[in-house]
Design a protein around this ligand. Structure first.
Ligand code: TRH
Length: 380
């Protein structure tokens, strides 16, 4: 049965909120045949991830999803059967009043940020009544493994990954589309998506002195100025590569989300950040370096440790220690001792095997869209 969903999302500073809401809306539409209306306050930022978005159209159909501009006040509309308040945004009061006035109240879900911490299992699925209105909100918390809200990402989409990698020429064609031609056979390809981070220089030093040629692909963003400074340039210009030592740096424009997924598939190592690129890099079954979104109270360190303690399972202790030291440096923003990055890069073959094993684990764990669909189906 086709159920109507309203997903609300605000774009705060980065791309994670809209990236997550859009990926979820598409998966519910394409794989679960649901009718999704996505309310977004900033269509211009959305357009950077999705070329089919018209930033000036307040109501449009894109990939089967009804995309609506979230204005204040909201247009006078009837709430859907399922309402998702995504990633710390707050529903307008008038909309809540309308939900409360419905004879059958909508299923109201508060979709939280992902964490590997233990509290997720305890808090996922808890309900909280509205203080004034006859409405109950359920907390949906994405996480790793049973008892959590699961991970965002389409297993169906990532099944194509094996075919994509096997098909000769796909990767080369993709890279050539990014302006990266004739890579040396043994080149190590690395994608860089990070917040501004002084530790970038340490990794670049190691790549420049590596035993194999390396190619660093940098979509335009907060990390670009660090890379430019390391190269001794004033700025990075998309599609104007530069070299230092064994490293070729390829700046590219900020990609559409579908293309970015392919970039993760195409690289041997992905530096990722926040939440969505972090999760999609795991689906891509390649080694990763993660920079969680920095929180003032230091909560990101707990998130990092919790993930590492899961990810270590199946890794040799020595390899895990290297991985943990490298991620520690990355997140402390320290250039660090060159040996750490050098040794870390030397472990990439082992980390690559581990990334494949990890991908098979996350495939067997709950999937966020599926968990939401099951939850709603049991209530409608
Ligand atoms: O942009 P982020 O830093 O988002 C963060 C986190 O979600 C964090 O939890 C949240 O609190 C904060 O925003 C406000 O990183 P994230 O989560 O990886 O999201 C980036 C999105 O952008 C993701 O969907 C991938 C996409 N992307 C592109 O579409 N093209 C690109 O070129 C790149 C680099 C990313």
């Amino acid at each position: 049965m086709k159920t109507r969903w309203d997903i609300f999302c605000t774009v705060i500073d980065n791309y994670g909120d809209i990236g997550i809401a859009w990926r979820l809306a598409r998966q519910l539409t394409e794989e679960f045949n649901q009718y999704v209306r996505l309310w977004v306050d900033d269509l211009e930022s959305f357009q950077r991830l999705e070329p089919r978005i018209d930033a000036y159209n307040p109501s449009q159909m894109v990939c089967g999803v009804e995309v609506c501009q979230w204005t204040e006040p909201l247009p006078d509309i009837a709430p859907a059967q399922v309402v998702i308040e995504a990633l710390a945004c707050r529903l307008p009061d008038a909309y809540l009043e309308k939900m409360a006035a419905m004879p059958i109240k909508p299923v109201w879900i508060n979709l939280e940020y992902l964490s590997a911490e233990d509290w997720v299992e305890k808090c996922h699925g808890l309900s909280s009544p509205h203080p004034r209105l006859p409405l109950i909100q359920t907390f949906f918390i994405p996480g790793f493994g049973p008892g959590t809200g699961g991970l965002l990402g389409s297993p169906r989409h990532h099944e194509k990954l094996d075919v994509w990698r096997r098909q000769t020429g796909e990767r080369a064609r993709f890279l050539s589309g990014m302006g990266i031609e004739s890579l040396p056979d043994q080149a190590l390809t690395v994608s860089l998506f990070a917040y501004d981070n002084p530790a970038i220089a340490g990794l670049l030093d190691a790549l420049a002195a590596f035993t194999r040629p390396a190619c660093l692909i940098v979509p335009e963003g907060k990390a670009s100025s660090r890379v430019a400074a390391w190269l001794g340039l004033g700025e990075l210009r998309p599609r104007q590569p530069a070299n230092r030592g064994m490293l070729a740096v390829h700046p590219i424009p900020f990609l559409y989300q579908d293309q970015y997924d392919h970039l993760l598939w195409a690289c041997d190592l992905n530096c990722v950040r926040g939440e969505d690129s972090f999760v999609q890099a795991q689906w891509a079954s390649r080694p990763l370096i993660w920079q969680p979104y920095v929180q003032e109270d230091g909560a990101h360190w707990k998130k990092l440790q919790a993930f590492l303690s899961l990810y270590r399972q199946g890794l040799e202790p020595e390899t895990f220690d290297l991985l943990a030291s490298a991620w520690q440096l990355w997140n402390a923003g320290e250039r660090g001792k060159p040996e750490i990055w050098h040794d870390y890069l030397g472990k990439l073959p082992e980390l690559n095997l581990h990334a494949g094993y990890w991908q098979s684990r996350i495939k067997s764990w709950p999937n966020l869209a599926n968990e939401l669909f099951k939850f709603v189906k049991a209530r409608i």
